[in-house]
Design a protein around this ligand. Structure first.
Ligand code: ITT
Length: 195
């Protein structure tokens, strides 16, 4: 089975190739004219489906997309769907992380709960699509630690852990991550949609 992955985020492509082992995953590099799909929905599931549908229509192939983000309790679930552009410029991980730490500066340890959420979607050119969700609960620490992963990983410590997800070997993060959970669930329902 071959699916086009609707992302230009290299960190995600790497993670998804590991998680969807056994399925041929191709990125958008071979489709230079693929549309840049604006994430205009207010939910992770809505955005994931929007992207998968647009890329399936453009490529004529089954397409897989995700939308994910960090939901911080003390910020009423934000940055949420705005995680990638929290500080203004899409994908500026360092600025996003610094802004979030500044916003939480006065929030005590007991109220720094957060979770990563991921919606993974598959769509085929006719329009049919399905979504699977995954999440991982944890807390936001005071200062970044670790060099692995991407995005907010250096400031997120999963429940029951002392390391940040940026301090974990990739396979260990995949086993518990929101994206790992969502895509393992999606892998099970992929054949129902792709035939
Ligand atoms: P595409 O839209 O091209 O797939 P993106 O980086 O914009 O790539 P999202 O819209 O899903 O992806 O935004 C997710 C943002 O949420 C991402 O930029 C990170 O800031 C954060 N995020 C999501 N999953 C994460 C993870 O596993 N570790 C750290 N940060 C994560």
């Amino acid at each position: 089975m071959r699916v086009v992955l609707a992302t230009r985020n290299a960190g995600k492509i790497e993670e998804l190739r590991r998680i969807l082992a056994g399925i041929e995953v191709v990125g958008l590099a071979g489709y230079p004219d693929a549309p840049e799909v604006a994430e205009t929905e207010l939910t992770f599931a809505g955005n994931a489906l929007l992207k998968a549908r647009a890329i399936a229509a453009h490529t004529g192939q089954a397409a897989v997309a995700d939308d994910s983000g960090l939901c911080v309790d003390a910020l009423n679930g934000m940055p949420g769907v705005f995680s990638a552009r929290w500080a203004g410029r899409h994908g500026d991980d360092e600025a996003n992380l610094k802004l979030l730490l500044a916003q939480l500066a006065d929030v005590p340890a007991a109220r720094r709960g957060a979770h990563f959420a991921c919606a993974a979607a598959v769509a085929v050119p006719g329009g049919e699509g399905r979504v699977a969700m995954g999440r991982i609960d944890g807390r936001i620490i005071d200062a970044p630690r670790g060099t692995g992963g991407f995005g907010y990983d250096p400031i997120f410590v999963p429940d029951g852990e002392s390391r940040t997800t940026a301090e974990m070997p990739p396979a260990e993060k995949d086993a518990i991550s929101h994206r790992g959970r969502a895509f393992r669930a999606l892998a099970k329902i992929l054949p129902e949609v792709t035939g």
